[in-house]
Design a protein around this ligand. Sequence first.
Ligand code: HEC
Length: 119
Amino acid sequence: MKGWYISAVLLFLSLIGVNILAQGFKGNPQKGKVIYETYCLRCHGKALDGKGPESSSLNVAPSNFHAPHSRIKDEAELQLTITRGRDLTPMHSWEDQLQPTQIRDVSAYIRSVIPYEGP
Ligand code: HEC
């Protein structure tokens, strides 16, 4: 009887642990929307189509997140680009301005509007 009780408690604790981990790595799209509107919209546009107010003045056009080659990127790939930026383009690294959780939130926002279309 005691063994059953201990395994039930252990199962319960591991479920809580898995849940906390999963939440830790999953961004919050509502918070991400605010971040997007503050930092990204001016280039990537309100509709996430790359047509933000500043896009026409740039030497490299901002990505249209609706484009097929963008939809096949999962959140980890988006986060990598946001964190590191793209060399020789106006898409600089956001590592200094955004916390890793905020980078997760903004990628979750992009993927909440335009779902991942993996291979
Ligand atoms: C100054 C304009 C500018 C701002 C501001 C900007 N970006 Fe970009 N972004 C670009 C450009 C230009 C590219 C395309 C680079 C290329 O073609 O290699 C790009 C590319 C990207 C990509 C790669 C998309 C893909 O399909 O590979 C992601 C993800 C991205 N930006 C996210 C963001 C996020 C999130 C923010 C706000 C935190 C942001 N960008 C702010 C200009 C900008």
